[in-house]
Design a protein around this ligand. Structure first.
Ligand code: COA
Length: 478
């Protein structure tokens, strides 16, 4: 441990001598306690944390506020300027001109596909949309009111058990060295994700499942909507504007660099676990209301507010820390989330077909109030992608608890792109953060009869139902 007086001076210097020769940027660190100096190399404004270990120093960074855990070439975000680019392409252009399949290819392979590549890739993905019967049976066996994200977490883990030949736990840690095995997992995950979601939806509605339309001219998103909505009519075609809107939402959600769920994919993959289990963990992270679950939380918040007149009181409650303005604020964006602008526009296109959701008035009034209020201005809190996406989903008639699974479909290519990038990362190592231990020093075991309770464990938390049960008794078999 470094004592409280100890401090480190970080001197950012462009080492002139070195820069003349090699143009190297360095950072000098001085331990004021010992006088020891360390010159660290800076690459892209980043030092290697392990270099600090030479001074016996550890970096404490809960929530990873300033820690880069990988080198990535997939997605660029400038949170202050509100910039988001996939593989260099601005999100605004991709949302307007591209499609989800094209963006998936871009994220996975680094370049936009040629028309032949796109056709081949889409065809291959759509050839992997069928669910194995055991997965269908699991969905059927779950209660209709199960949360779709809870089901997705379980279904992805279950799906992983179906391919032992592609599971490092069974077939060895090098199984993913084969490009064919990798490709197959990509197709399986991209292909089955919408089918899982659609089957969960139909199960919830108490309707028979629509199996994916095989081949033909349906796009990925059209096929998904077909599975959701066809009343056993193979010729059913969903509305083209709604297909485009949902496809654009998938594009907007496709990647967002090291968010909580994508970081989870890398974290789990670092143990060599199979990609389905890594995805199950990622889906679990996405489920949380501070991450992908925020779109659902926004809707519930708008419903609780109930009317435009109640917006000022709600804003006051947020400022007094009695409530949180869901769909606002972001770890990275300290400006308007560029995706939120696009989603807001998209919402009105959907309203023209499905009707305007009255909650939009509450949402826009909340936004107006928040954007001119000092609490939000000082903290740079702006609407994020989830602020309006839930309203589109609601206007399209999706149940509130279904929103995050739509996010998960969109995020699939991003998770996969990070999985691929991680597999080839020369710096990959099992993720194992250090801790800063402040617990007890060594002490001796106390016999049971000599202990005094001093911990926060209560013996009071017993429900009336449990009391009723424990007051009964079993008649032992003679
Ligand atoms: C996204 C989020 C988790 C980022 O968290 P973070 O980077 O750790 O930021 P912090 O929680 O430290 O927030 C910084 C300050 O802004 C406040 N703040 C952040 N988001 C806020 C929100 N949505 N409503 C009210 N206050 C908020 C915090 O209370 C904190 O204030 P303080 O410094 O006075 O204590 C956070 O903004 C949030 O909870 N937003 C709502 C959930 C959401 O929409 N998530 C989807 C993200 S795409």
């Amino acid at each position: 441990m470094v004592s409280s007086e100890a401090s480190l001076h970080y001197i950012r210097q462009n080492d002139m001598e070195a820069s003349k020769k090699k143009k190297k940027k360095t950072l000098k660190v001085i331990d004021n306690q010992t006088g020891q100096e360390l010159t660290l190399e800076l690459h892209n404004n980043t030092i290697r944390a392990v270099d600090l270990a030479k001074l016996g120093v550890t970096v404490y960074d809960p929530g990873f506020l300033n820690t880069a855990s990988c080198i990535s070439r997939i997605t660029y975000i400038d949170g202050d300027k509100g910039i988001l680019r996939y593989r260099g392409y601005p999100i605004e252009e991709l949302a307007e001109k591209s499609t989800f399949m094209e963006v998936s290819f871009l994220l996975l392979y680094g370049e936009l596909p040629t028309s032949r590549e796109l056709e081949h890739f889409t065809h291959r993905v759509l050839r992997h949309t069928f669910l194995k019967q055991s997965l269908v049976d699991i969905i059927k066996a779950t209660p209709k009111e199960s949360h779709p994200m809870g089901l997705l977490v379980s279904m992805l883990a279950a799906e992983g058990t179906l391919y032992p030949d592609a599971n490092p736990a069974i077939s060895g840690g090098d199984v993913y060295n084969s490009p064919r095995v990798r490709e197959k997992q990509i197709l399986r995950l991209l292909g089955t994700m919408p089918t899982l979601a659609a089957f969960v939806y139909r199960h919830k509605m108490g309707r028979p499942f629509n199996y994916p339309a095989y081949g033909g001219s349906r796009s990925y998103t059209e096929n998904f909507m077909y599975m959701l909505d066809s009343m056993e009519d193979p010729s059913y075609r969903p509305n083209a504007t709604l297909v485009k809107a949902l496809d654009t939402l998938f594009v907007l959600h496709a990647d967002h660099e090291l968010n909580c769920s994508t970081a989870a994919v890398r974290h789990l993959t670092s143990s060599d676990v199979d990609v389905f289990t890594a995805f199950s963990g990622a889906a679990g992270a996405l489920y949380g209301p501070l991450h992908g679950g925020a779109n659902e939380a926004v809707l519930r918040m708008l419903e609780r507010i109930g009317s435009v007149e109640k917006v000022p009181a709600f804003i006051e409650a947020v400022k007094n820390r009695k409530a949180r303005l869901m769909g606002f604020g972001h770890r990275v964006y300290k400006n308007y989330d560029p995706r939120a602008r696009i989603v807001r526009k998209l919402a009105y296109q959907v309203f023209e077909i499905c009707g305007k959701d009255p909650l939009i008035e509450i949402a826009t009034t909340l936004e107006e109030h928040a954007l001119k209020d000092n609490y939000f201005i000082e903290r740079k809190l702006y609407p994020n992608v989830d602020f309006y996406s839930g309203l589109i989903y609601k206007a399209m008639g999706f149940p509130t608890d279904f929103f995050t699974i739509l996010f998960a479909i969109g995020r699939t290519p991003g998770w996969l792109a990070h999985w691929l990038e991680y597999l080839d990362d020369p710096d990959k190592k099992i993720a194992r953060p250090k801790q800063n231990y402040l617990g007890s020093d060594q002490r001796s075991y106390i016999p049971l009869t000599q202990r005094n309770s001093s911990v926060k464990y209560s013996t009071e938390y017993v429900s009336p139902a449990e009391k009723r049960r424990v007051n009964g008794f079993a008649v032992a078999k003679m």
